[in-house]
Write a new protein. Structure first.
Length: 180
């Protein structure tokens, strides 16, 4: 996800400095700032996701000799599992949000770097789909089925929209490449 946002940020920066586009400097600089936000947030979630996985492993390693230990272990597993659902879901949300930037760069950015916007779309969509796989596998072990149902519903909608956006972005990119 961070790579997709970073590629769109690069296109924004290249566009803001394109000769003859001086009047669009602020527009592209604002897009670059947006892209930097997504890039930074998504990079931070890489470590958070690792910590969430480690939290699940630590919870499963808790003792389970007594009934009290079993209850404490189960509660720790559930808490860690929710975190391991929420973090990749946040990746989905952010990568999906970054696709607005990617689309803008594909449609209005420097035509000489439009292929980078296309690759950014591929990266963002892959991040969304990969994160959703993590959401789904972790959701299978979470006891709050109402929460699971809602997060899976939202995730399915994000995934479907991301696939459509990716297709639209790639069509725009290929149209620009064909016209050059």
């Amino acid at each position: 996800g961070s790579l997709g946002a970073a590629l769109a940020t690069m296109v924004a920066n290249l566009s803001s400095h394109k000769k003859g586009w001086d009047e669009r400097w602020k527009e592209f600089s604002d897009w670059a700032d947006t892209g930097q936000f997504y890039t930074t947030e998504l990079l931070q979630l890489v470590d958070a996701d690792t910590e969430a996985f480690n939290g699940i492993m630590a919870a499963f390693a808790l003792p389970k000799s007594s009934e009290e230990e079993k209850q404490a272990r189960k509660a720790a597993i559930q808490l860690a599992t929710k975190k391991a659902i929420d973090i990749p879901f946040r990746v989905m949300e952010l990568a999906h949000g970054s696709m607005q930037l990617i689309r803008a760069m594909a449609e209005t950015g420097n035509p000489n770097s439009v292929s980078d916007a296309g690759v950014g779309a591929l990266c963002a969509r892959a991040a969304i789909m990969g994160a959703f796989l993590n959401v789904k596998i972790n959701a299978s072990g979470y006891d709050d089925k109402e929460y699971v149902s809602e997060i899976l519903r939202k995730g399915t909608a994000i995934e479907a929209e991301a696939m459509l956006m990716e297709q639209q972005i790639l069509e725009s990119v290929n149209k620009t490449i064909s016209a050059s």
